[in-house]
Write a new protein. Structure first.
Length: 57
């Protein structure tokens, strides 16, 4: 994921279904780890986009 950020990707989600966790990566910010979130939102990068995670868990 670090390589993506270094090449300009503004937002990255690393979804780990086995551990029920999502790591959220944003440029110039610390990684955020969420446990079993129900949804992810695209924030300013993808306005209005929501990814429903309930089927994943």
């Amino acid at each position: 994921m670090q390589a993506y950020l270094e090449n300009g990707v503004p937002l990255g989600w690393l979804i780990n279904p086995q551990d029920h966790q999502v790591e959220i990566y944003c440029l110039h910010q610390e990684k955020v780890v969420l446990t079993e979130p129900t949804a992810l939102r695209g924030e300013a990068v993808l306005p209005g986009f929501t990814l429903d995670l309930t089927p994943v868990w």
